[in-house]
Write a protein that binds this ligand. Structure first.
Ligand SMILES: Cc1cc2nc3c(=O)[nH]c(=O)nc-3n(C[C@H](O)[C@H](O)[C@H](O)COP(=O)(O)OP(=O)(O)OC[C@H]3O[C@@H](n4cnc5c(N)ncnc54)[C@H](O)[C@@H]3O)c2cc1C
Length: 324
């Protein structure tokens, strides 16, 4: 099938943001189409079924759940929301991390966080706010990976503080999967899958939009793809949008990876507890034990930890070097 149509608006990308844009337009009377390059809705939200258990390989937490618009959408659809407080910050059975060390590491992070708020470095680079003599800098680096998806050397203090100011500290989960919710919210929307937008020509009275499955004419476009895709030039804009693409190039994505392990003898471990791998290593993982009481460990790697793992894996097996 070729996509050849005249619409009011084309939305590029059917991830959470493209679907949210589509839901906003639905019922407006405007004729619109969501063009998605992949063969499914959800983008970086990906729920898979592993022998009957729903696993979120991408996003899983409703951050600021008490005011997150996806919470309302989940409620409207009758989706189960798990409001158990997160176990981050607690070390299961104090394994490899004594209570005294946990207290000292937590205090070091608090001090670092206060320094960001009260005396941010002129460079806006979070690494410049580290106290070189603090014994918990690797721990603070590891936490930055989980929270921000980047190491402190690549973290903008202003961005971090903006997120912190908006964060309500309430984190909820969706046992049936975040992507399941996004797909359900997308069910009634006009979506063309397997349809990559390659060019948006802004030269005439209407936009001329080229896709891998034909051309579209539209009054407006909402581009809801990651900054990395824009910076790479996957979508050509004519006339060029150099300022916008330059801005996108200066806002690269972080890196976050997950790994799920089956847990034998899981009855020995209480549901929903947490382990930090090695609190003295920046590259260490964050492990959620028995999430939702399931016989699993959900491992999370972010920032320098995720980069190190990917680089190690790519060194062993070069085809894996596909990070963008
Ligand atoms: C492992 C991991 C864990 C995470 N955990 C959380 C979490 O717990 N909570 C949270 O809030 N966030 C989390 N995030 C972040 C969250 O997943 C993303 O912020 C969010 O999914 C981004 O949605 P988006 O719509 O902006 O982009 P994307 O999901 O990337 O969607 C963009 C879509 O555009 C499509 N596309 C790209 N190029 C084109 C083109 N040329 N034409 C048409 N379509 C195109 C892509 O195929 C994709 O479907 C996590 C991310 C990862 C990777």
């Amino acid at each position: 099938m070729r996509v050849t149509d005249e619409v009011d608006v084309v939305i590029v990308g059917a991830g959470a943001s493209g679907i949210a844009a589509g839901r906003r337009l639905a019922g407006s009377g405007l004729h619109f189409l969501i063009a998605e390059a992949g063969t499914r809705v959800g983008g970086r939200a990906l729920t898979v079924d592993a022998e009957g258990v729903r696993l979120d390989l991408g996003c899983g937490w409703l951050h600021s759940g008490d005011r997150n618009p996806w919470t309302r959408l989940a409620q409207d659809r009758g989706a189960v929301i798990d409001r158990t407080p997160s176990a981050w910050g607690r070390q299961f059975a104090d394994l490899g991390f004594t209570p005294h060390e946990q207290e000292a590491a937590g205090a070091a992070f608090e001090t670092f966080d206060r320094r960001l708020r009260e005396a941010p470095p002129a460079s806006d680079c979070a690494a410049d706010a580290l106290d070189p003599d603090c014994p918990w800098n690797a721990y603070i680096e590891a936490l930055s990976g989980y929270i921000n998806g980047v190491g402190l050397a690549r973290l903008s203090v202003s961005d971090y503080l903006a997120y912190e100011a908006a964060d309500t500290g309430v984190n909820w989960r969706l046992p049936d999967g975040y992507a399941t919710l996004i797909a359900s919210a997308a069910a009634d929307l006009p979506i063309a899958l397997d349809t990559a937008v390659t060019r948006i020509d802004r030269g005439g009275p209407r936009l001329h939009i080229s896709t891998s499955r034909g051309d579209l004419s539209a009054r407006a476009a909402i581009v809801a793809v990651p900054t990395s895709i824009l910076a790479r030039g996957d979508i050509a804009f004519a006339p060029a949008l150099d300022d916008m693409l330059d801005a996108a190039a200066r806002l690269p994505l972080g890196l976050a990876n997950k790994l799920f392990l089956a847990l034998d003898g899981s009855e020995d471990v209480p549901a929903d507890c947490h382990l930090l791998g090695n609190p003295h290593r920046a590259e260490t993982g964050s492990y959620y034990l028995r999430p939702f009481g399931r016989p699993l460990i959900e491992a999370f790697y972010g920032g320098v930890g995720a980069e190190t793992l990917e680089d190690d894996a790519a060194a062993r097996w070069p085809p894996l070097r596909s990070r963008n």
